[in-house]
Design a protein around this ligand. Structure first.
Ligand code: 8YV
Length: 343
């Protein structure tokens, strides 16, 4: 019997390809070429599933041009590269990779917070430039982290993991704001207190953003919000570019209205706003919060398990739009793939 055909859009661990190869005929991209939309559509021809990353935009145009495609398994917890409404409407399942990256990403949030607040990279650049000639009492004096107030905007799994690190490891008072308040037991486990957004902005010594990107969260931190923050505060964004108005942030950092920032994500990445690049009081990293080998393997394997679970057993592990399962549009796509007309 011929195996179902799938596409893996970017380079991935060879063991993940081997695992997928047990069940599917796999077209991969180990050269890690960046395909145009037309090239992606061309390669999706005849494919039942795709292992995607945040780099591929999955929208109506692509789905309409790929009539056999039934699932896009994103190797990411975030899925703002998916037009999920269009996927649901056109009968295509989307899956993501929750849980497996929570702790690793929370670790990195803290790495950026510490590096920005304690001016780690600024000090390193100074040293490497050969400018360090003597000690001075206030040289690269930064903000206190332990015992300070940690604010978290977006209190999902990663936000909760950051909160616990702050409260238990650094004896911080943790406050959070979220679309909906956590259940009392979850809140207690996170050692965090719920506050309104304005109180969060005004009270936090360090503010970490961990909310998903959507039209509603676009520029959730803009000039007005930055103006409410303490001038001694640190802002960390490990969520998505576009949640922060990067130009307004650069202006606040450049004029001393905010002490420091740590950014792993940017509006229009991989391009970074030149005004941010010119500043010393911002730590910039290339979207690597989940980048450890064990975590990236776990993410890729979970995406693979979603493809296997759904295409072979009809049971995805972490579906984003489970209402698609068994929908007439999805049955129609299945019918096209097997050559059995639906209905
Ligand atoms: C990914 C991420 O590396 O999971 C996410 O949402 O932002 C990162 O862990 C990136 O999206 C690649 O797909």
């Amino acid at each position: 019997m011929t195996k179902p055909r799938i596409l893996v859009t970017r380079a991935v661990f060879s063991e993940v390809l081997d695992h997928l190869g047990e069940y599917f005929e796999v077209q991969s991209n180990q050269a890690d070429e960046i395909w145009s939309k037309a090239q992606l559509v061309e390669r999706l021809h005849g494919k039942l599933g795709a292992l995607t990353t945040g780099s591929e935009r999955i929208d109506t145009e692509l789905l309409a041009a790929s009539p056999m495609l039934q699932i896009c398994a994103n190797m990411a917890v975030g899925f703002n590269n998916f037009d999920l409404d269009a996927m649901t409407e056109l009968g295509v399942l989307g899956t993501n990779t929750p849980d497996v990256l929570t702790q690793t990403t929370a670790d990195f949030g803290f790495a950026l917070l510490l590096a920005a607040a304690r001016r780690v990279t600024e000090g390193e650049h100074y040293l490497r430039a050969g400018e360090w000639r003597r000690w001075r009492y206030d040289m690269f004096a930064g903000a206190e982290v332990h015992g300070s107030t940690l604010g978290i905007l977006g209190m999902g799994r990663i936000g909760q993991a950051i909160a616990r690190r702050g409260a238990m490891g650094f004896e911080m008072q943790v406050i959070y704001h979220n679309r909906s308040r956590l259940a009392p037991d979850v809140e207690a486990h996170s050692c965090a207190r719920y506050v309104g957004k304005e109180e969060l902005l005004r009270s936090a010594d360090h503010l970490v953003l961990v909310l998903p990107y959507s039209q509603q969260s676009h520029h959730a931190i803009g000039a007005a919000e930055l103006a409410m923050m303490k001038s001694t505060a640190t802002l960390v964004n490990i969520a998505r570019g576009g949640i922060v108005d990067d130009l307004a942030l650069a202006d606040a950092l450049g004029h001393g209205r905010l002490a420091a920032a740590g950014l792993d994500v940017f509006e229009g990445e991989p391009t970074v706003h030149p005004e941010l690049l010119a500043l010393k009081n911002v730590v910039l990293t290339p979207h690597i919060a989940s980048a450890t080998i064990p975590t990236r393997k776990a993410m890729a394997m979970l995406a693979a398990e979603n493809l296997i679970g759904f295409l072979l057993l009809g049971q995805p592990v972490s579906p984003l739009n489970p209402q698609v399962l068994g929908s007439p549009q999805q049955v129609q796509r299945k019918g096209r793939a097997t050559g059995t007309p639906a209905g």
